[in-house]
Design a protein around this ligand. Structure first.
Ligand code: ADP
Ligand code: ADP
Ligand code: MG
Length: 445
């Protein structure tokens, strides 16, 4: 097992990794920007190294600085968390060259899945159903029109390097398509330095259902069931749950089987998530694969009574999965609400000093966060400040528990999305499990 791990991240996920390391008896090294000197992950790690100024391009994305920090502190491995360098194949390669274990899949697999058009092609070849769309990238307007007509409107133009809900545009007809195609390319070039786009059928009322997988380096592969992440705003997840109210035993078996088979075919290793769209008629289509731990991993941990971050570390250290698919258990229902430092009506970021804080607690409540009383939420990073996760026997009870938890959560000094979550939790369609990725559009109207 590793003796010391560097965590190339900040916020709640950096703390989450530190807690896993503590339980495994592994020492930790935090890296931080100048704006994060007072951050919780810096306080709780055994050692901390400042890697640059506040902007992430100069600190949390600064590969030479992070590798130097790893070498100075003599760590065995680096955990990248999510976001930042977690899906950067070059970073994984540099780690390999420096003899530091990157806690995640190989650079080759990260690269393949990081290009969404290539990932789709690979999955299709592996027998996975994919969203109907173009075979690969669209190089000019004429091809875009031809492909769109073959697929049938509406279509979605997607950046092959896209992520985080960015780089997607819907077109309902030919005029919209030409405009959308050109703006999508320009936006993709500006945001990802890669103008490659492809076309996909725009599914009208889908659910976002994803399957969590764990693959060791010895051929062991299991899936840990699904998470439903249909409650989204601008393609960004707000609430996630497991199990999905739309997925019964047979569909879970089928989606799980497809996910496990795909992982075996591409030689995947470590933790990963295969994202699918579930159509109203019950068909499901591969959308993309995330080659890292996900923000919403705790809902899976609650219902499977597992520790996915510990599993990532053990797998990276060469251990075998010590259970088979049949030994997995699924208990009850878990829901996660992402609490952002944002105005709950306009969604504009609300950084600043937290003057009063009360975090929820009590039976079946888990809070993953890095905020504390008096903490200053810096303006430079993602606005996620806490994840409130509840677990109970049924979905109905989990909803009641989440309401109770959020009603007792107090964050003063900044604005948060807590009031928005409380409204969603009282919405009849949400309560009935009648949700799709269009839910928030209707709700916000
Ligand atoms: P990202 O890399 O930004 O996460 P995804 O491909 O996972 O991009 O898509 C993000 C979200 O966009 C999905 O959860 C879904 O809500 C929506 N979406 C993506 N593709 C389609 C599609 N073909 N039809 C309808 N909605 C889609
Ligand atoms: P750790 O392995 O770090 O002690 P886990 O929660 O991952 O913590 O696993 C505890 C034990 O339970 C492990 O030995 C594993 O074999 C088993 N286990 C983990 N997840 C499940 C699950 N969902 N169902 C059944 N057994 C599990
Ligand atoms: Mg996605």
């Amino acid at each position: 097992m590793f003796k010391k791990i560097l965590i190339a991240n900040r916020g709640e996920i950096a703390c989450r990794v530190i807690w896993a390391c503590r339980e495994l008896g592994i020492k930790t090294v935090a890296v931080h920007s100048e704006a994060d000197r007072d951050a919780l992950h810096v306080r709780f790690a055994d050692e901390a190294v400042c890697v640059g100024p506040a902007p992430s391009a100069q600190s949390y994305l600064n590969i030479p600085q992070i590798i130097s920090a790893a070498e100075i502190t003599n760590v065995d491995a680096i955990h990248p968390g999510y976001g930042f360098l977690s899906e950067n194949p070059h970073f994984a390669e540099v780690c390999r060259e420096c003899n530091i274990t990157f806690i995640g899949p190989s650079p080759e697999v990260i690269r393949m899945m990081g290009d969404k058009a290539e990932a789709k092609r690979t999955m299709k070849a592996a027998g996975v159903p994919v969203t109907p769309g173009s075979e690969g990238l669209i190089e000019d307007e004429e091809t875009a029109i031809k492909e769109a007509e073959a697929i049938g409107y509406p279509v979605l133009i997607k950046a092959t390097a896209g992520g985080g809900g960015r780089g997607m545009r819907v077109a309902h007809n030919r005029q919209e398509l030409v405009n959308a195609y050109n703006t999508a390319r320009a936006e993709a070039e500006a945001a990802f330095k890669n103008s490659g786009v492809y076309l996909e059928k725009y599914i009208a009322n889908p659910r976002h259902i994803e399957i969590q997988v764990l693959c060791d380096n010895h051929g062991g592969v299991v899936h840990l069931g699904e998470r439903e992440c249909s409650v989204q705003r601008r393609h960004q997840k707000l609430i996630e749950e497991s199990p999905s109210p739309a997925v019964g035993y047979d569909l879970r078996q089928e989606m799980g089987r497809v996910a496990v088979e795909a992982c075996k075919r591409i030689g995947y290793n470590n933790a990963g998530t295969i994202e699918f769209l579930l159509d109203e008629d019950g068909s499901f289509y591969f959308m993309e694969m995330n080659t890292r731990i996900q923000v919403e991993h705790p809902v899976t941990e609650m219902v499977t009574i597992s520790d996915l971050v510990a599993a990532q570390i053990r797998i990276a250290a060469g251990e075998e999965l010590n259970y088979t698919q049949d030994q997995l258990i699924f208990v009850g229902h878990a829901i996660e609400c992402r609490i952002n430092a944002e105005d709950p009506e306009t969604f504009t970021p609300s950084p600043g000093r937290i003057t009063t804080l009360n975090l929820p607690s009590g039976a079946g409540v888990r809070v993953d966060t890095a905020i504390y009383d008096g903490y200053f939420v810096p303006p430079h990073y993602d606005s996620l400040i806490a994840k409130v996760i509840v677990h109970s026997r049924t979905r109905e009870r989990a909803i009641a528990r989440m309401r109770r938890a959020l009603e007792s959560m107090v964050v003063e000094g900044i604005k948060t999305t807590i009031p928005l979550h409380l409204k969603i939790l009282n919405e009849p369609d949400f309560i009935a499990g009648n949700i799709s990725t269009r839910f928030m559009d209707r709700f916000l109207k």
